[in-house]
Ligand binder design. Structure first.
Ligand code: NG6
Ligand code: CA
Length: 513
């Protein structure tokens, strides 16, 4: 069996929603459900048991899928974090906006305070709002100008989040501290924090000069600047003291804050944007998970992610609010195995395929870059246990939630977002007409339910700076029939020029908008 047919077989499920079926009836929706977005980091389409993973158990996510609809053709807007999250929260494609590429930990706010966000929208309807976990969209007014020893002048409160407990960027980027409501959590005045992405601070060790200090994890590429917790990072930082995170406790810290937020707001509608650090590098799960999975720390991190999901579900259950809570579970971009640390993830895959049947990975223009797991569950409003192959993009979630809570989006805001609420809840089987995906080098692709078009790009076919990943770059147009095969191997551009033309038109018109 080839890759596609193994996965096609693994995807057999009792009820498959396709665009060919007649429209199910629109249910009467209960008012004001709580909404939780659970966004994993670098979790691949093939990384969950309910999506065919064999080497790792994900019982909590499986249960969520049983309660809801599991989407098999849903896309992040970009194959890296910052642009993908930008699109999800603003409803604007990231390629319209310069400065949305993978951000350093001292980036200024990429979503400017005046911009309308999903959180603003939920807040406008009286929801209590929170962002917890990975942020990666900048803080403060200007790159490199933040004073990390004082409250930040601009942060998530300026874009609609009442409560926020976040990591500024990624676990592999400084500053390695949590920031709670705009100020370093657990701030240690004895150890003032300084951050610089260009120069080290005199006398501070680095992974490059002091590899003997990398006692927790060594780098395979990059990650050779400041050392925190025995792990080399991107960027230089000094100080932090008690405020520095311990990587093994990140999942516990953020999940605790999520549980507390839910508990505090159990009697009013709330919106929580919960972003895990799992399964991004450095993968350094808690001892409870460590050493349990045959795939090593990457498998342990998937199990830890599943645990976080389980704690949130359990909290909702025990407070009696699970029924009227809509959970949307997904990932910010496709998976990657070696992303710069020597954690043996590659040699221990044991046949596991993080991107499932799709070609490419995080960073790619191929589908593996942006095809993500998406599960939507809301027990009070939908029947569970379905799969749906309807084309979907995370860009459309802002307008979908606006429809859900009956919010008016101000004109000009969320320009690319079109409601797909009916798809998400299973009462509308008309898929998105097209979605656009952006690779890490900003190459654009267009997907329709059937076709995938990748615009020509002269760059190298493999990433040259570390990860072993196919970029998807080719100097001529690529066109793949995704209904014939999921693996993007057979380029039909020369055989089907009329389809190429149509896909190019979609892209041209979208760019002109
Ligand atoms: C890359 C990092 C990688 C990861 C990525 C962003 C190196 C060598 N690699 O530059 O480890 O941090 O950026 O990932 O530094 S993302 O999921 O947040 O987009
Ligand atoms: Ca990511």
């Amino acid at each position: 069996m080839n890759r596609s047919s193994i996965f096609a077989a693994g995807l057999m499920f009792p009820a498959i929603v396709t665009s060919a079926q007649s429209q199910p009836e629109k249910p009467k929706l209960p008012a004001n459900p709580n909404v939780i977005i659970i966004l994993a980091d670098d979790l691949g389409y093939g990384d969950l048991e309910c999506y065919g993973a064999k080497n790792v158990r994900t019982p909590n996510v499986n249960r969520l899928a049983k309660n809801g609809i599991q989407f098999t053709n849903a896309h992040a807007a970009a194959s890296t974090s910052t642009p993908s999250r930008y699109a999800l929260l603003t409803g604007e494609y990231p390629w319209r906006r310069p400065g949305t590429d993978v951000a350093p930990g001292n980036a200024g706010m990429i979503i400017r305070p005046e911009r309308y966000t999903m959180a603003d929208m939920m807040k406008s309807k009286g929801y209590a709002t929170a962002a917890i976990g990975k942020w990666h969209l900048g803080l403060g007014d200007k790159e490199g100008q933040q004073d990390w020893n004082a409250p930040l002048p601009t942060s998530l409160a300026d874009i609609g989040f009442d409560y926020h407990y976040i990591m500024a960027a990624t676990a592999d980027r400084v500053p390695c501290v949590f920031i709670e409501n705009g100020f370093v959590a657990n701030y240690d005045p004895e150890h003032p924090i300084e951050v610089n992405y260009h120069h080290n601070f005199p006398g501070e060790p680095t992974g490059k000069d002091n590899p003997e200090l990398l006692y927790n994890q060594r780098s395979s590429h990059g990650h050779d600047m400041s050392i925190v917790n025995g792990i080399g990072r991107i960027g230089y930082m000094k100080g932090g003291g008690k405020a520095l995170w311990k990587d093994e406790n990140i999942a516990d810290s953020i999940t605790d804050r999520a549980v507390r937020f839910i508990d505090k707001h159990k009697d009013e509608p709330f919106f929580m944007y919960f972003c895990t650090n799992d399964v991004h590098v450095p993968r350094f799960p808690h001892d409870r998970f460590r050493g349990k999975n045959i795939m090593g720390v990457r498998g342990d991190a998937i199990a830890q992610f599943d645990w976080s999901v389980g704690r949130i579900m359990h909290t909702l259950d025990s407070l009696g609010i699970a029924d009227n809570t809509m959970i949307i579970l997904s990932s910010d971009n496709g998976p990657i195995v070696d992303d710069g640390y020597d954690d043996r993830a590659e040699e221990l895959l044991n046949g596991h395929m993080p991107a499932g049947p799709f070609r490419g990975n995080k960073y790619s223009a191929f589908e593996g870059g942006t095809m993500v797991p998406v599960i939507v569950s809301w027990p009070a409003a939908m029947k569970g246990g379905k799969k749906s192959n309807l084309l979907m993009t995370q860009v459309d979630w802002l307008a979908s939630l606006a429809q859900l809570v009956d919010a008016r989006i101000p004109s000009g805001a969320a320009p690319d977002s079109r409601s797909c609420l009916g798809n998400m809840l299973g009462y509308d089987t008309t898929p998105a007409p097209w979605v656009i995906e952006m690779a890490s080098n900003r190459t654009l692709s267009v997907r329709t339910q059937k076709w995938k078009y990748i615009e020509p790009n002269d760059g190298p076919e493999m990433i040259t700076w570390g990860p072993k990943v196919e970029t998807g770059n080719r100097p001529t147009p690529q066109l793949y029939d995704m209904e014939a095969s999921l693996d993007e191997q057979k380029n039909l551009a020369l055989e089907r020029p009329e389809v190429v033309f149509e896909m190019q038109n979609i892209l041209r018109r979208a760019k002109q908008k």
